[in-house]
Design a protein around this ligand. Structure first.
Ligand code: HEM
Length: 1107
């Protein structure tokens, strides 16, 4: 029977893995295979970043494989999956690759074809033709055109980022929220104290430095120092962030009646103005488009103004471009004087400021928004609608447009919407920017997007005449590079111009752009059809250049050029001067943006100038720089690596280490202080032991995810070591850990053991819990112990096969022992044992009791294991222990097997230790918080009533319809920050991390507090606020910073179980009861009791009032 090897690659981004069932069928020219479940026994398939292989044997020869059908079916709850690709090794030994690079959501079936690029005419079989057609039909339903404003290029039909097809959403929505979140940017820039100061003027230019000094960079500082100079003013028309408006002046326009007298003192060649024009030394920038645009009226307390200046520039003998005349309005006349460099200093300065302000408006709305973002969105939508994934042009274009639609949708949601940033701080807000785009559409021609043509049309193409126009020089190089690459690709797939003409998909793509993007306007010059390979190369170059290089060129310099506010005022608060000789410094400052608007502007240009890891647009222009940077970084790395620099830290005493500098009662706080001094990676010594602390999201992510293998060791704590001897899931390392973890994960997943799912078990336990609470008849009590019993019964049910009655003596003894240990674990002596084991071994204290208790628990578990050995049926494992015993049988011949009675006993204990206090304390803490905020409790109950009702048991499928409850549970976990220091890791080999050398076996603390309480991600982190996990429209908002379960290879093995327990227990309680505190809710203290390992709620009592 023919056999195929199928290799499946899961994405490595967050949440890419799945626990769902995955089935595969192969469809060949001679037939279709059966549906195969892709599942390896005792293995966690399709983990994030995994590449898993499976053998698929089929009954008969399928012929040439054409398609793969993948079906995903729910296991616990809908678990989205990002499938990168599937490779199939044929019986002949050949390989075929089937790219997917998409999210598979819900219980979907997707059909993939092999990834070789094919034009429509290359598809010969009906199966493939049909697949191609269906793909486009589906895409056209998903990617629909919509008119955002009359006269605009059409955009995507989606009101919010979450409405977009999943595949084009940002992987990391939070990341991009941050990019567009200028209020967070302001906080970052330490300027938020000014942000509400509307109407409050700065006192002079130096006063602007208050918001500037802390945040300047080399360029912006240079701008601040030289912005008043004519040279700097002129230079920006060539190489600032809007280097597209300047053109050579071939004739002085009538509307700018400049005379020789006026400019004589600026001209250096002893020529008349006319002769200078003829020689090509005069340039012009005309802001006519702003004429008649309404200024922002959204704030009745601040009148704002726009102007439509014309600026004449001169190339002097040093080949520098300098301004020689400025008229602030389009209509000449006595109240519209022409300002000159020879005028009074402030007259001339204010005229230049007006030009800079007008330039800012055109830059933001026309150059940036319309001519890169909106146009690129047109290209992108047309591509998704008309080019199937196997089309070579889809493959060519998609990397440049993957996030275009998403960023535009986000911008429409947050930036250019009503009450967005434009309305807040820009004179073009309140609708002016819409009028500008509508007007600018007439100049949005195809030829104006052909970079060399456009430069030529403006008379700016001669390198000799205009030597310092770097935007042009770099742009031409990038244009040529793209074009030559595109030409080569085209020649591979299109043998002749005829092939271009008959490619119906390409022609439909071109037509879509013309009809929907350019609204069918003939004068736009956009082609309706492409007939030759040469034209096609140009067309594709326009698309790629606009979406990548052009955007990079006009976007990323915004902070450099526009952060010094007087150099790019986003609004002007006095009308343009109408006569000369009257301007004062006070008038200039009054005209410039107030403190509030300055801050909003600064936040915005900073935010817009940031780029994402996944933002492809910066790649082209920045290539050389990046390459150089990489070289320099490598050099630096090599040097430091040689010097073996270890992370810095406070000086340690020989025996005590840094114990005296750390407050054992609040280690997180002490570590925070050290991080402020030593940065995000630093070393401390606890006793003789050296520990590297990782402080903050970036470093923890880099260590636990990007360098996951290196940091996957478990830090050895002697107190646990003494008991476990390194043999349980949580404490072991190396091959033992790999095998035990994999086994535990699969078993937790595959077994709610036997017949019932874990979900059913939790529902049943929740029912018992509710009944037990009901019997308290509203008497106040501390619910802690009830919760411990309920949660540990779930583990009992998985591990021992059944739950215990709440009154069962054995059960109560076991729970008591574990609970006592939890307390002992936090005792100072226990911690000392961890660092001075030999000494503490001989001293009395709670650590000794803990050791004793562990022995008792061990005995209890050993007895149950012995019973299982007697009563089990290997063909029908009842629980974790039976499954483990079966595994031991399977590995009998293997002298090195990791599956032994000791590791069974340790793993069982691990599940109890790791799975009980964590979840039950989280619930206990959650119930306290909900008492403090009765309005939040009420909202959750409302959602429960609406989605579940009062009669049915809550189940996991409800969660997706309960975003508020989901957000509350996330916020509980974030707020309480249960394991602030995380569980210690080690590096398993000598490790290079950032610039440091960390020797093998060094203990690592990848702290969780700084992540869960990161003030940029969670504004006001010390406040309990479900809004941290909600979008403005009430939908659930994911966050990469949600890490209570840690991350990477050691991430909590019970995460799925814990989240299920939290949801079902909490909703079951609130479905049946309202929590009534014994004190006034405002007096409830929800700050944690900080212990060494965990944060606990303060003890409390509560009565549960039946609903
Ligand atoms: C709210 C509940 C829980 C929280 C906050 C939590 C948190 C954590 C954390 C922070 C770690 C350390 C990860 C690392 O080393 O990077 C961990 C490890 C672990 N957790 Fe949980 N946990 C919870 C519930 C559970 C449950 C219910 C189980 C079990 C059934 C469980 C089993 C484990 C195991 C076995 C490990 C060790 C993993 C390894 O070393 O490979 N946890 N947990």
């Amino acid at each position: 029977m023919p056999s195929y090897t199928v290799t499946v690659a899961t994405g490595s981004q967050w949440f890419a893995g799945t626990d769902d069932y995955v089935y595969l069928s192969l469809q060949g020219t001679a037939g279709c295979s059966e549906r195969h479940l892709l599942d390896k026994p005792f293995y966690n398939d399709f983990e994030r970043g995994a590449i898993d292989s499976y053998d698929v044997t089929v009954e008969e020869d399928l012929g040439e494989i054409q398609l793969i059908i993948i079906e995903k079916r729910k296991y616990w709850y809908q678990d989205d999956w990002y499938l990168r690709y599937i490779t199939v090794k044929m019986p002949t030994g050949d390989y075929l690759e089937f790219p997917c690079y998409s999210w598979i959501t819900d219980e979907k079936e997707i059909v993939l074809r092999d990834g070789r690029a094919k034009l429509p005419r290359d598809d010969k079989t009906q199966i493939l033709k049909q697949h191609r057609r269906k793909e486009l039909e589906t895409r056209q339903k998903m990617y629909r055109w919509k008119e955002w404003h009359p006269g605009f290029p059409l955009s995507i039909d989606a009101n919010s980022h979450s409405d977009l097809p999943r595949d084009i959403q940002f992987d990391n929505e939070k990341g991009i929220d941050f990019i567009l979140n200028y209020s967070k940017a302001m906080e970052n820039l330490y300027i938020n104290r000014f942000m509400h100061m509307f109407q409050s003027s700065w006192s002079d230019f130096a006063d602007f430095e208050k918001i500037f000094v802390r945040i300047s960079n080399t360029i912006s500082e240079y701008v601040m120092q030289h912005w008043k100079e004519d040279f700097m003013f002129g230079y920006q028309f060539l190489n600032g962030c809007n280097p597209v408006l300047i053109r050579r002046c071939t004739e002085i326009p009538k509307k700018l009646p400049v005379t020789m007298d006026m400019v004589e003192c600026s001209l250096e060649r002893n020529l008349t103005l006319e002769e200078e024009v003829k020689q090509g030394n005069i340039f012009i920038v005309d802001y006519e488009l702003l004429d008649g645009v309404d200024a922002n009226k959204t704030d009745p307390c601040t009148i704002q103004y726009l102007a439509a200046p014309i600026c004449l520039l001169y190339k002097n003998l040093e080949n520098k471009i300098v301004p020689i005349a400025i008229q602030l309005g389009q209509k000449p006349g006595p109240d519209n004087p022409i300002f000159l460099p020879s005028d009074a200093t402030y007259d001339w300065l204010l005229a230049k400021i007006w030009v800079r302000s007008s330039d800012f408006h055109i830059h933001q709305t026309v150059t940036h928004l319309l001519r890169t973002h909106l146009v690129s969105e047109v290209f992108s939508i047309a591509m998704f609608r008309q080019l199937p994934a196997v089309h070579p042009l889809f493959k060519l274009l998609v990397p440049h447009m993957r996030f275009t639609i998403a960023i535009n949708t986000k911008a429409r949601e947050q930036l250019i919407c009503e009450c967005g940033l434009f309305d807040k701080a820009n004179a073009t807000g309140g609708g002016g920017h819409v009028q500008m785009v509508q007007k600018a559409m007439k100049d949005l021609t195809y030829s104006s997007l052909c970079f060399p043509e456009e430069i030529k049309a403006k008379g700016m193409d001669s390198k000799e005449d205009i030597p310092y126009y770097y935007y042009r020089d770099d742009g031409i190089k990038v244009w040529e590079a793209i074009k030559s690459f595109v030409e080569n690709v085209i020649h591979i797939y299109y043998e002749s111009d005829e092939v271009v003409c008959e490619d119906v998909e390409l022609q439909a793509f071109v037509k879509d752009i013309y009809v929907y993007g350019m609204r069918g306007v003939k004068s736009s010059g956009f082609p309706k059809m492409i007939r030759t390979r040469e034209k096609l190369a140009e067309y594709l170059t326009v698309i790629i250049f606009t979406t990548s290089a052009q955007h990079a060129g006009v976007n990323f310099g915004q902070y450099d050029w526009c952060s010094w506010i007087p150099n790019a005022p986003p609004t002007m608060r006095c009308p343009p001067p109408t006569e000369k000789g009257t301007v004062t410094i006070e008038q200039i400052v009054e005209s410039l943006p107030d403190r509030g608007r300055s801050c909003w502007h600064l936040g915005a240009v900073w935010a817009l100038s940031q780029f994402q890891d996944s933002e492809p647009t910066m790649e082209l222009l920045g290539m050389t720089t990046i390459f150089l940077l990489i070289c320099v970084s490598c050099l630096l790395l090599v040097t430091t690596w040689r010097n073996r620099k270890q992370p810095p830290g406070p000086i340690a005493l020989p025996l005590a280490g840094n114990m005296l500098q750390l407050n054992p009662k609040n280690l997180p706080e002490s570590l925070k202080k050290l991080s402020e001094k030593y940065g995000p990676v630093f070393t401390i010594r606890l006793g003789p032991r050296k520990i590297v602390v990782l402080y903050g999201y970036d470093v923890v992510k880099e260590a636990l995810i990007d360098q996951a293998d290196d940091f996957s060791g478990r830090g050895k704590l002697p107190i646990l070591e003494r008991h476990f001897k390194g043999s349980g899931v949580a404490t072991s390392n190396g091959e033992t850990w790999k095998q035990l973890r994999r086994f535990a994960l699969t078993t937790l997943r595959d077994f709610g053991m036997g017949k019932r799912s874990i979900e059913e078990r939790i529902q049943e336990e929740a029912h018992f819990l509710v009944e037990r609470i009901r019997n308290t008849h509203e008497e106040p009590f501390n619910p802690g112990i009830f919760l411990i019993h309920a949660v540990s019964n779930i583990i009992c049910s998985i591990v021992f096969g059944d739950r215990f009655d709440y009154e069962d003596k054995k059960f109560l003894t076991l729970i008591n022992l574990l609970d006592e240990n939890r307390k002992y674990q936090n005792a100072i002596q226990t911690q000392l044992y961890n660092f001075f084991p030999t000494l503490m071994e001989f001293l009395p204290g709670p650590h000794q009791k803990m050791i004793k208790n562990n022995e008792e628990v061990d005995k209890f578990i050993s007895e149950i294991i012995a019973q299982h050995q007697k009563t089990r049926d290997p063909t029908c494992p009842r629980d974790f222990i039976d499954a483990f015993l079966n595994k031991m049988d399977q590995e009998k011949g293997n002298g090195h097997s990791e599956f032994t009675v000791e590791s069974l006993s340790s793993s069982t204990l691990d599940l109890f230790l790791a799975g009980t206090a964590t979840t039950s304390t989280t619930l206990q803490y959650g119930l306290l918080i909900l008492q403090k905020y009765p309005e939040i409790q009420e909202k959750v109950q409302k959602e429960i009533d609406g989605v579940i009702g009062r009669d049915r048991r809550p189940c996991m499928a409800d969660r997706s319809q309960m975003p508020y409850t989901d957000a509350v549970i996330h916020e509980i976990q974030r707020f309480i920050d249960f394991i602030p220091l995380n569980v210690p890791h080690t590096v398993i080999k000598d490790t290079k991390f950032r610039n440091y050398f960390i020797p093998k076996d060094t203990m690592i603390f990848p702290l969780l507090t700084p992540i869960l309480h990161d003030s940029k991600e969670f504004p006001n982190p010390e406040k309990f606020d479900p809004g941290h996990f909600l979008n403005a429209n009430g939908t659930f908002k994911k966050s990469d910073f949600f890490m209570p379960f840690s991350a990477g290879k050691r991430i909590c093995a019970g995460e799925g179980l814990a989240r299920m327990e939290l949801f079902i227990f909490l909703t079951s309680i609130l479905q049946n009861f309202t929590l009534k505190p014994v004190v006034h809710h405002k007096d409830i203290d929800i700050t944690p009791v900080v212990t060494v390992m965990t944060n606990k709620p303060r003890p409390y009592e509560v009565s549960f009032v039946p609903r």
